[in-house]
Design a protein around this ligand. Sequence first.
Ligand SMILES: Cc1cc2nc3c(=O)[nH]c(=O)nc-3n(C[C@H](O)[C@H](O)[C@H](O)COP(=O)(O)O)c2cc1C
Length: 225
Amino acid sequence: MHYSLDNPHEHRHHGMRHNPFKALVAPRPIGWIGTVSKAGVLNLAPYSYFNAVADSPPMVMFSSTGRKDSLSNVEETGEFTCSMATEALVDGMNLSSAPVASNVDEFKLAQLATAPSLMVKPPRVAASPAALECRLWKTLALPRTDATHPEHIVVLGIVVAIYINDAFVQDGIVNTGAMRPLARMGYMDYSVVRPDTVITLNRPVASADQQSATVQPGPWDGVYR
Ligand SMILES: Cc1cc2nc3c(=O)[nH]c(=O)nc-3n(C[C@H](O)[C@H](O)[C@H](O)COP(=O)(O)O)c2cc1C
């Protein structure tokens, strides 16, 4: 099948039970967003409309489908954390997505201990192997299809501190595969990155005249291109 999206319900005309969009942009990293409301209530929720978007300063984004507590808290306080959701923490991650009232602390709901951040007030998930501490740069309201679809608001944050469990650092390199990060696919599907599914590729090097390129096979040549 091959169809245009002039009509937001077009997939139904092609026998698709659900919009396939998210199943086709996969796997997506999960930002497990920790915030605190102005009144001091902790909040934790997973967001798979999440990614890194810049290196210097390092920046991340997450997108809220409708106005959710994480967005309100970031707007109120300007700070959030992104803990890495992993295979070992899958049940807690899922539970923390429960649509509970804004006075409920999902760290407690999901029985996840908190650990203090270095630079921001919201804590991180203590058992998570890595976390980013972020300050709000900007929110951005995306174009809305129509009143029957919720609005999407993107939160862009600057990463001001990083936590890494030292057990996952070897020779100055983070072993991301050993952390077993969880990723979101479509529908209710997830995938897990494991050490045996990580592959390493050297970047292509252009010839002097920049008309062709070669790739050195085998392990990383050690140059960060
Ligand atoms: C793996 C996963 C990814 C999710 N990604 C998003 C997302 O990108 N945007 C969103 O608005 N909701 C997302 N959700 C749903 C929110 O986690 C859920 O609505 C949650 O209750 C929001 O919490 P909050 O109101 O405390 O922010 C996701 C849920 C799961 C389980």
